[in-house]
Design a protein around this ligand. Structure first.
Ligand SMILES: [Zn+2]
Length: 307
């Protein structure tokens, strides 16, 4: 482990957040197992139900719970030196964001304005930042119970204005693109390119070409999978291209008030034609390759030349 004394608060809190996150799974599993045993005992104690778990099942559930608890404790032990460093430096500021729309930023995870079940995101990037910097960046998202002087700081009220301006800019851009006849396609995160999940096509035709190409690739990958000639990752590539077909089909369909499948059906002739062209090209390439090999074999005077 790197020397903790030389690590920044952000580095230490990032490591801690990762350790705690890893501890959630064994914790949850242990709690679930213990609850199962407890509920079964309560059902029986009520006198209205029979036992659901056998003695063996109860013994196993408790043994498994203990195993998960030991796993959790081992993970949490990793956090000890990091927390000790936090204490040794006299504690720095930490900020937590409540994970819901309009959620606020708090100083502690037990703020009185939050419910017991509130889910927090730990803003580790803000470790050791002053309250005024936090307010400058997040403005009125700062909880006024945790940070009573926040409304008097610079930046208060700016967050909402910024958000509003961003929303207005996005809306204006969308409107301008629509007026220009642009097709705006939102792709699922998994296939978003260059960090952007939105692509704009200047014409319907451009969007259709992209759809047809993706649809052809879907069929080519599928054919190879069915033939058993595909590489192991081709299923993933097929799904990716299918998502492209769905996204563009959806956008074009919306424009014309029909389903994505309708658009794909309408383009099916072009898809089939392109598939045929691709097949012809592949066949031509194969014939040329064979001819080339034969010519080479003749040149070498060796009819059995191996590729
Ligand atoms: Zn608070």
């Amino acid at each position: 482990m790197a020397d903790l004394k030389s690590q920044t608060p952000v580095e230490i809190d990032t490591a801690l957040a990762e350790i705690w996150e890893r501890s959630y799974r064994p914790t949850e599993r242990a709690v679930a197992l213990r609850q199962r045993v407890k509920f079964d005992a309560e059902r029986v104690a009520s006198g209205r139900f029979v036992r659901r778990m056998s003695a063996e099942q109860i013994t196993k559930a408790i043994a498994d719970a203990e195993k998960f608890e030991a796993e959790r404790d081992a993970i949490l032990a990793e956090a000890v030196p990091f927390e000790a460093e936090f204490e040794a430096r006299g504690r720095w500021n930490r900020y937590y964001l409540v994970d819901n729309t309009g959620g606020h930023i708090h100083r502690e995870r037990n703020c009185t304005t939050c419910f017991f079940s509130t889910v927090y995101s730990w803003l580790v990037d803000l470790a050791d930042y002053s309250e005024s910097t936090m307010v400058l960046r997040y403005g009125e998202k700062a909880c006024t119970i945790c940070f009573p002087t926040a409304p008097s700081m610079a930046g208060w009220g700016e967050y909402g204005k910024r958000e509003k301006a961003e929303r207005a800019a996005t809306k204006a851009a969308k409107k301008a693109e629509k007026e220009a006849g642009y097709i705006r396609v939102e792709f699922p995160e998994a296939i978003a390119r260059l960090g952007s999940s939105v692509r704009t096509f200047k014409t319907q035709r451009a969007a259709e070409i992209e759809l047809v190409q993706a649809a052809v690739r879907v069929r080519e990958y599928q054919r190879a999978i069915d033939n058993g000639t595909a590489n192991s990752h081709w299923g993933g590539l097929r799904d990716r291209d299918q998502s492209t077909v769905d996204a563009i089909g959806g956008a074009l369909g919306e424009l014309r008030g029909v389903n994505a499948s309708w658009i794909v059906a309408e383009l099916s002739e072009r898809i089939r034609a392109k598939l045929k062209r691709d097949d012809r090209e592949a066949e031509k390439a194969r014939v040329a390759y064979e001819a080339d090999r034969a010519a080479w074999a003749k040149f070498r005077g060796d009819a059995d030349v191996k590729s």
